[in-house]
Each structure stands twice: as structure tokens, then as C-alpha cells.
Design a protein. Structure first.
Length: 256
């Protein structure tokens, strides 16, 4: 593949077992921001047990693309069972999505640098179920940035369930925070997740004004934690421009 594959509304793209969509291992061969793009779509589906191969470890210089799969204004769409292998930066970035489902996907994101598994921003009613996420940085991250359109909306009603996660270097399995001035990151459920290894299980960072409210962690198993289990941090950032707002952290529930 030498350009982005753009999904279309009411279309199912099926990657059969053994099928591979591969980015060429050359910096000048791929000008896009993502390998697969869900932009302005409704009821678009990417399914099957094929592989999206980003060749991230073979990129020696400038960044040719950022995300394996990226959404902007996606409604009632899904990614099911596909593998995202060796993305340049992030396996999947879900931005400005509503009723978006990731089911039984596999993310393998560690090319020698820092790569997130699944990032979620400005989205509502997102479900991640039955995924295997192996990454060098955050397995899942909320509020860490925005998309190419700079959309800023509240993050609400996320459910991450029945997943297996493995983190090799830094970050958290569940990073919940914001570097953008949303009002809310709320009504989140993480349940039935087995974390094989992570520096932190969950981190809460409302550093640019978004309030983190009503988060449930239930039936979470962490086999190896290399730094700390939980981190709650409300600080004025010294690594970026501060907008003068600090949010709060309320109603965090831990069960089993």
C-alpha cells in the first residue's frame, strides 16, 4: 500500500486470513497520516483475520505516517478481528467517533520506540471488547491529543472489557487524562481485563481542565506492575503550554 485505504459508509472491507496490507519500508513511499481511514462514514466495517503491517521498525528517519487505523467523524462503525502489526506510532486512534466498536482485534505496537495501542479522543459510546493489546507505551489512552481536524469534544461512555494487555516500556494500561480543554471524561468502565505486565495499571491526569468522573475498574488482574498500580495527578504541566484550567477526579470505583 502506498496511500491510505479510505473506508466508505455501508461497506464491509474483509481481510481474509493470510491477507496482508503492507506499508513499503521506505520513508518516501507513504504520504498519508494513517493506513486505514474511517473519515465521515456511517456503518463502515473492517473485518477478518488479515494483517495491517505498518513496517514501523524499518522506518529509519522521518515519520511517514502516524496511525494504523484512524477515525474522524465515524458513526456506528467497527473493526473486528484484524491485526495491526508494527505501526509507526499508534495502532489505532479513535477520534470523533460515536457508537464505534473494536472487537477481538490484535495490536502489536513496539518497533523500538514508543507506540500506543489504542488512543481515544472526542468520542462517545466506544466499546473495546476481547482485544489483545501489546504496546511499548499506553495500552489505551484517553484525551492525549486530537486528530487532523483538531476536534475537541467530551469523552463519554467508554467500555473496555475482556481484553489482554502487555506493556513493555512506559505509560499505563488505562491512561485517563487530557491535554485538551474538554469539559468531561466520564462514565468509563474497564472490566475483565488481564494485564500481563505494565508500569502502571491506571493513571488519571486532568491537567487541562477536563473533569474525570465516574470510572469503574472491575475484575482487573495485573500480573506484573513495574512502577505503581494507580496514579492520580492534578498538576500544572511544565512540558506544554497550560490553559489555566485544572480538572477534578471524582467517583473512581475499584471492584475485585
Amino acid at each position: 500500500m502506498e496511500t491510505t485505504l479510505w473506508m466508505r459508509s455501508n461497506v464491509n472491507v474483509y481481510l481474509a486470513p493470510g491477507a496482508v496490507l503492507q506499508v513499503p519500508p521506505r520513508e518516501d513511499a507513504y504520504p498519508g497520516n494513517q493506513i486505514i481511514g474511517f473519515y465521515d462514514v456511517t456503518n463502515a466495517r473492517l473485518t477478518g483475520r488479515g494483517v495491517i503491517y505498518g513496517t514501523g521498525a524499518q522506518q529509519s528517519g522521518g515519520r511517514i505516517y502516524t496511525h494504523g487505523i484512524h477515525t474522524e467523524n465515524a458513526q456506528s462503525s467497527s473493526v473486528e478481528e484484524v491485526m495491526v502489526l508494527d505501526p509507526a506510532i499508534t495502532g489505532m486512534r479513535i477520534v470523533d467517533a460515536r457508537q464505534f466498536t473494536v472487537r477481538r482485534a490484535i495490536i502489536l505496537a513496539d518497533h523500538g520506540g514508543l507506540s500506543d495501542g489504542i488512543d481515544i479522543d472526542s468520542s462517545q459510546d466506544v466499546t473495546i471488547d476481547g482485544a489483545f493489546i501489546y504496546s511499548s507505551d499506553d495500552n489505551t489512552s484517553l484525551g492525549g491529543g486530537t486528530g487532523v481536524r483538531k476536534t475537541i469534544k467530551d469523552i463519554e461512555r467508554l467500555r473496555v472489557s475482556n481484553c489482554i494487555m502487555y506493556q513493555t516500556r512506559s505509560g499505563s494500561s488505562f491512561k485517563i487524562g487530557t491535554t485538551l480543554p474538554q469539559n468531561w471524561v466520564r462514565n468509563l468502565v474497564y472490566e475483565n481485563v488481564d494485564i500481563i505486565q505494565a508500569p502502571q495499571v491506571a493513571a488519571f491526569y486532568p491537567i487541562q481542565g477536563a473533569n474525570i468522573d465516574t470510572v469503574l475498574l472491575r475484575n482487573i488482574t495485573a500480573e506484573t506492575v513495574t512502577q505503581r498500580i494507580l496514579e492520580f495527578s492534578i498538576v500544572v504541566p511544565n512540558w506544554e503550554t497550560w490553559n489555566g484550567r485544572l480538572g477534578y477526579i471524582h467517583n473512581i470505583t475499584l471492584q475485585n
